[in-house]
Design a protein around this ligand. Structure first.
Ligand SMILES: NC(=O)c1ccc[n+]([C@@H]2O[C@H](COP(=O)([O-])OP(=O)(O)OC[C@H]3O[C@@H](n4cnc5c(N)ncnc54)[C@H](O)[C@@H]3O)[C@@H](O)[C@H]2O)c1
Length: 312
């Protein structure tokens, strides 16, 4: 039997690092494919001497040839490499090259090599503003009305996946995270709650510039769900939201202050224009395991991790 080998695109990013961390701990072999070379996030989670099961390939997903080479002996794919909202807005052509063409390069290279399944990251950015829906919690099939190019590109990824199933029978599972927090989350607007946890670990006060209710997912859980999605192909091209219970940002601040009573976390009153959350139970229905660490426990572990000398 062929030995399992996972390709993680964007492996040096936040969720990618958590994915490599869990794969290494589970004794799996992985290829980390990333255009960057800074392994700082991964090193915070997994000491270098525990990274021997990971092959590092510095490569650009916009190059079909480089993607193809990285797929040598790969059996499972988790596609996380992407440019985020501000980068796509600042440079739409590069954004589409990485997020759209890059994804097509991967599907095409997988097809050519006979790899039958891909797990990949979409985003709740495919949806519109909260005030565009008649309900507070959205079902998985709520209309997608993106207001960013990033969201538009993610829809293109979802449709690409659907057509690759129709045309070639390649199955796929897309997951749409909301606000993911944890060690390694250091960029993007919704990284603010994690930055508050880092400040608390350093004994500093912090102000989160938005409030309101949203869904929080711990990077560790999201990574494990991606691994599950790669290991357990479903018969079709599926995309799922996480249905963790929406929580007020102020509640996150309260949890942080309970863990570190000597610091103060302020929370602004304005709400981000995203829907509050999602009801879809697709993940629960389709997967044998669903990873959902209670919020307080995830925050506690994040602060404890940030407190270690290597992270602060
Ligand atoms: N973090 C979140 O809250 C969140 C929410 C929704 C969706 N997502 C999606 O999950 C995935 C992972 O998110 P993240 O938070 O880890 O992002 P991240 O920005 O931390 O990591 C993305 C990685 O992709 C790499 N990359 C960029 N361009 C590349 C290219 N041309 N070739 C190869 N690699 C390239 C970057 O170097 C980076 O290491 C992304 O697709 C993102 O859109 C994340």
């Amino acid at each position: 039997m062929t030995e399992r080998r996972f390709l993680i695109t964007g492996g040096l990013g936040f969720i990618g690092a958590w994915t490599l961390y869990h794969l290494a701990r589970q004794g799996e072999r992985a290829v980390c494919f990333d255009v960057g070379a800074n392994s700082g996030r991964l090193d915070m989670l997994l000491p270098k001497d525990q990274q021997s099961s990971i092959q590092f390939v510095q490569g650009d997903i916009t190059s079909k040839a480089q993607v193809d080479a990285a797929l040598e002996n790969v059996t499972h794919i988790i596609h996380l490499g992407a440019l985020q909202v501000p980068s796509c807005k600042a440079n739409p052509i590069l954004g589409s090259a990485v997020n759209v063409t890059g994804t097509i390069n991967l599907f095409e290279a997988a097809r050519e090599r006979g790899i039958q399944h891909i797990a990949y990251a979409s985003s709740i950015a495919v949806y519109g503003r909260a005030d565009e829906y008649p309900y507070e919690l959205l079902p998985d099939d709520a209309p997608r009305i993106p207001h960013t190019l990033y969201g538009a590109y993610k829809i293109c990824n979802e449709e690409t996946a659907r057509v690759y199933f129709e045309d070639h029978g390649i199955t796929s599972t897309g997951l749409r995270p909301f606000t993911v927090y944890g060690v390694g989350r250091d960029q993007g607007l919704t990284s603010e709650p994690t930055k508050a946890m880092l400040a608390a670990a350093k004994g500093e006060h912090y102000s989160i510039p938005f409030g309101g209710k949203m869904q929080f997912q711990w990077g560790s859980d999201v990574a494990r769900q991606f691994i599950q999605a790669a290991l357990q192909p479903l018969d079709g091209a599926f995309v799922f939201n996480f249905n963790t219970v929406p929580v007020e940002v102020a509640e996150v601040a309260d949890i942080i202050m309970r863990i570190v009573p000597e610091i103060r976390i302020d929370v602004a009153t304005n709400k981000l224009p995203f829907p509050t959350g999602f009801t879809g139970d697709g993940i629960v229905r389709h997967f044998s395991e669903v990873f959902e660490t209670p919020l307080e426990e995830g925050i506690r572990q994040t602060i404890a991790h940030f407190r270690t000398a290597s992270a602060v």
